[in-house]
Design a protein around this ligand. Structure first.
Ligand SMILES: *Cc1c(COP(=O)(O)O)cnc(C)c1O
Length: 304
């Protein structure tokens, strides 16, 4: 069982929002666990319990070479005494990047698949083949989104958070957004900032809501204009913003998810799209482990 640390919420003071009569707080999900951090803790929580119930001893999952989900699965599996297998998209590159090196050091066995083969990851015959190769395992899908993950992310907000008017999260697969949508109060607005390019995300979220029978009491909004060129893409403006935010608040943001979300939120505030009197709660969904690999890849030194 993963035992969470207590999660702090801090108020951030800055004239950028305070002069507009807006209060902004950040909930540090990135500090929820030293092993499985951020939203991945919540997504894995009930999956690990279920795997144990089923008597499994191995987790198998899929992801890219810098994936927070791969890292969290490896660390959480080791923490609860499971073996883990990571099926990685693309060719192996040596030396291993910091994400994969850390996953391996937490006991994860890595297997690389070409992008074309990797695409079959949801097919039954493909999974059966993996079972022949590795024996029985508990399958966690790429990005970790399933019904049990949503059950977990529905626990991110607690009673104390009901005082906020707006809740902000980053969106990848939408599993976190879905759990939050389930748990917001009637007078709350959930804003999701998509880290992927394209308006398909609206349909994706609709389909998750119908598949997992998610109803929301509050209002939801998905913003798809803060992707900076696409998933994992960045520009100088985003990097500058992440550095600025760290200087002001000593809180690291990652360039894939949380950096884009907070950038997008401040852009919304700047353009008067958030009403005066709003009390905003930003969820720091984690992703800090990915910064080292990003820095190495692009020769940068973003704070972490
Ligand atoms: C995985 C991840 C997300 C996206 O979560 P989804 O549930 O896939 O939408 C957001 N932020 C961080 C830091 C993540 O690692």
């Amino acid at each position: 069982m993963l035992i969470p640390n207590s999660i702090e919420t801090e108020i951030l003071h800055h004239p950028l929002w305070e002069k507009k009569g807006i209060e902004l707080s950040i909930k540090r999900l990135d500090q929820v666990h030293s092993m499985a951090s951020g939203n991945k803790f919540f997504k894995l929580k009930y999956n690990l319990i279920q795997a144990q119930k089923l008597g499994k001893s191995t987790l198998l999952t899929f992801g890219g070479a810098y994936s927070n989900h791969i890292f969290a699965t490896a660390a959480a599996a080791e923490y609860v005494g499971f073996k883990s297998i990571g099926i990685i998209r693309g060719e192996e590159t040596l030396p291993l990047n910091p994400t994969l090196k850390a996953a391996q050091s937490h006991g994860m066995e890595l297997q690389y698949l070409s992008r074309s083969v990797y695409r079959n990851k949801k097919e039954e015959a493909f999974i059966d083949n993996l079972k022949k190769q590795y024996g029985d395992f508990y399958l966690v899908p790429e990005g970790g989104t399933n019904a049990l993950a949503i059950q977990g992310t529905a626990e991110i907000l607690t009673e104390k958070d009901s005082k906020f008017s707006h809740i902000c999260t980053s969106i990848g697969t939408g599993g976190t957004f879905s759990g939050l949508a389930k748990s917001i109060e009637p007078d709350q607005v959930l804003i999701g900032f998509s880290s992927l390019k394209g308006d398909f995300i609206h349909e994706e979220i609709r389909s998750l809501f119908s598949q997992f029978e998610i109803q929301t009491k509050g209002k939801i909004q998905i913003l798809d204009q803060y992707h900076f060129g696409g998933y994992g893409k960045h520009n100088e403006g985003l990097l500058e913003f992440i550095r600025w935010f760290y200087q002001e608040f000593q809180i690291p943001l990652d360039p894939v998810y949380t950096g884009k979300m907070v950038y997008g939120l401040l852009d919304q505030i700047k353009n008067n799209l958030i009403p005066i009197g709003s009390k905003i709660l930003v969820l720091h969904t984690g992703g800090i482990q990915g910064i080292a690999g990003f820095n190495q890849r692009f020769g940068l030194s973003l704070p972490l």
